[in-house]
Design a protein around this ligand. Structure first.
Ligand code: ATP
Ligand code: MG
Length: 283
């Protein structure tokens, strides 16, 4: 049984559960407790605050965890970052009062900076030879300058709207983060095997996302050109049609290229084009 720690509630909870469901791990939300077993896979979920996830994975209470890279870096835990997961994207930035002039990181020399990420900030300031006083607070960091607690802040930014409404401006993007899958450093061979299976499924999911399955009828004489337009995984599938001089062509394309490919295929005589949503590609 492999234990995976995920966030109980908050920004990463839904997408963590969504990812696990997409790769076929059935977890019953309604019966959700502190610990819950998957119905069809040797996995159980441990629900925690995101702050605690790196630590329980480091000490082996959970074998795997899904958490923001910002938390992993801040806690300084010794865990393996297995893969990025493509959600929960954000950055941690330095921001200062809007009216202040900014000419570089020297601005922060001797200043008081409010943050919930003292470790990441200290490392950045040290690298730039800046000495500042950190005011560690756990919530509402953005109000610290107006409240007189600090001169500047170091906090998570996504759209920047919160900064603007607090009279601040972003001046240094220090840390880019997204959700990652982390693993304990001493997994048993059996746990490693389950992890490999999970990774295989996550990879398939990633490959299938943003792809469409395309099928159409095409005059046999246009086939060579159609194959050039549609480089599929190996090559497109071609099947003869009962009507003489026509065949059916099947292929997989990136959604982003779909309409351009359709235009090109129509131009060489493709008809009856069907675009289907793809569920999985198993490489
Ligand atoms: P918990 O109660 O589990 O400690 P929290 O309040 O610390 O939750 P959330 O606000 O749920 O944390 O954010 C969880 C993670 O989501 C962050 O650590 C970060 O990696 C990511 N994230 C993505 N976008 C944002 C954002 N705009 N603001 C805050 N976190 C974000
Ligand atoms: Mg937290």
């Amino acid at each position: 049984m492999l234990r995976i720690a995920i966030q109980t509630k908050g920004r990463l909870n839904e997408q963590s559960l969504g990812l696990l469901r997409e790769i076929g791990i059935d977890v019953d939300d309604a019966k959700r407790k502190f610990l819950s077993k998957a119905a069809n896979f040797p996995v159980e979920l441990l629900y925690l605050r995101d702050d605690d996830i790196p630590q329980v994975v480091e000490n082996g209470t959970a074998s795997l965890g899904i958490v923001g890279m910002n938390e992993v870096a801040e806690r300084g835990c010794d865990v393996e970052v297995v893969t990025k997961l493509g959600f929960g994207g954000c950055r941690i930035s330095l921001a200062i009062p809007k009216a202040d002039e900014y000419n570089g990181v020297e601005y922060f020399q001797g200043k008081r900076i409010a943050t919930s990420y003292p470790a990441i900030l200290s490392k950045f300031l040290k690298e730039h030879g800046v000495e500042a006083k950190l005011e560690v607070i756990t919530g509402s960091v953005e109000i610290a300058p107006a409240a007189g607690i600090a001169d500047a802040i170091f906090d998570i930014v996504s759209s920047g709207g919160t900064l603007v409404s607090n009279g601040l401006k972003e001046v240094e993007r220090v840390f880019e983060s997204e959700a990652v899958l982390i693993a304990n450093r001493n997994l048993s061979p059996e746990e490693r095997e389950v992890l490999d299976e999970l990774l295989f499924r996550i990879e398939s999911e990633r490959v299938s996302r943003g792809k469409k399955y395309l099928l159409m009828n095409i005059p046999t004489e246009s086939l060579d050109e159609a194959v050039k337009i549609l480089p599929a995984m190996r090559s497109p599938t071609v099947m003869p049609l009962a009507a003489e001089g026509w065949c059916s062509l099947h292929s997989v394309v990136d959604s982003a290229d779909l309409w351009e490919k359709v235009r090109q295929l129509k131009a060489i005589g493709a008809e009856g084009i069907l675009v289907l949503t793809l569920d999985k590609i198993i490489p």
